[in-house]
Design a protein around this ligand. Structure first.
Ligand SMILES: CC(C)(COP(=O)(O)OP(=O)(O)OC[C@H]1O[C@@H](n2cnc3c(N)ncnc32)[C@H](O)[C@@H]1OP(=O)(O)O)[C@@H](O)C(=O)NCCC(=O)NCCS
Length: 257
């Protein structure tokens, strides 16, 4: 069930609209250097944001799971990367229109896709507008089984099971990626804390699935706790994902812990 937009708390809205609407002069005069300011990505910029994610996740076993299939063994890496990038373009566009896409750093150095509480991208209008429907024709037969029959249902049922009554009332970090050249500058932390501060204010949890061995350590530093492992099983070797939840933390009136 979709919540009214007013239920997405006031602080983030105010901060985001400030960042969206402030003039260049305002921004230049601000103490923070421009390149480290957070911006909301509008639908018109979805391709550039998706390019960041495509680069960040180029070797990610989970995102590549429906693409690197035995029945596409004859494809070149260029063909696979193109499909990988296109799939991320569809999902990024869907989040621009139905969720929240943020970026920080030069040339979309780091990008986060969030689904706010009460929102989803499952409606036909979004599936059509974003181009997600094209995956039905672009993925191979095995790719479709992996994506539509295994991956999506597994993510859906796991989130429902882990979050229970709060499934529709939490912030969902869908993808977070930093281009290789932009890593280690605190960008990912910045984009995560941008929303976790809001989640704390709303007393809401944040949920994510992570696909890389080091990520639980990184997300642990941002207050997420490991909940369970899940596995994709259609490939030769099962692929593990870690489910993590960040419970809301108490804040004082000035927003500090
Ligand atoms: C995970 C990822 C987003 C981190 O991006 P980043 O912008 O380099 O991260 P930050 O610079 O904000 O670092 C955040 C914290 O994690 C730590 N960290 C980052 N990379 C690390 C690594 N490889 N090993 C150990 N710690 C690491 C940093 O030291 C920092 O800790 P601190 O703030 O306490 O000092 C980036 O490595 C990436 O895009 N990876 C591939 C895609 C991916 O796996 N995304 C996440 C799954 S959805």
């Amino acid at each position: 069930m979709a919540l009214p937009p007013s239920s997405i708390g006031p602080i983030l809205d105010a901060r985001l609209s400030l960042e969206k609407c402030s003039s260049t002069a305002d921004r230049v005069s601000a103490a923070t250097p421009l390149e480290s300011q957070i911006r909301v990505v509008p639908p018109s910029e979805y391709k550039a944001a998706a390019q960041c994610l495509a680069e960040a996740f180029v070797e990610d076993l989970v995102i590549r799971y429906p693409i690197d299939t035995p029945d596409r063994a004859h494809w070149t890496e260029d063909q696979r990367f193109t499909l990988h990038r296109q799939a991320l373009e569809y999902i990024t566009y869907a989040h621009c229109v139905k969720g929240l896409v943020t970026t920080v750093g030069d040339d979309y150095g780091c990008v986060a896709l969030w689904m706010p509480p009460g929102k989803n991208m499952d409606d036909w209008c979004t599936i059509l507008r974003s181009g997600m429907w094209r995956l039905n024709f672009q993925l191979s037969s095995e790719g479709k089984k992996r994506f539509f029959d295994e991956f999506l249902p597994l993510l859906h049922t796991t989130k429902e099971e882990v979050m229970g009554e709060r499934d529709d009332d939490c912030w969902y970090l869908v993808y977070l990626g930093t281009k290789v050249d932009s890593r280690g500058r605190g960008y990912a932390r910045k984009l995560v804390e941008h929303v976790t501060a809001q989640a704390d204010h709303e007393n809401r949890a944040c949920y994510l699935e992570s696909s890389n061995d080091i990520n639980p350590v990184i997300y642990g530093k941002m207050g997420f706790k490991f909940v369970k492992k899940i596995y994709l099983k259609r490939a030769e070797k099962a692929i593990r994902m870690d489910i993590m939840v960040r419970e809301p933390m108490q804040t004082t009136t000035n927003g500090k812990l």
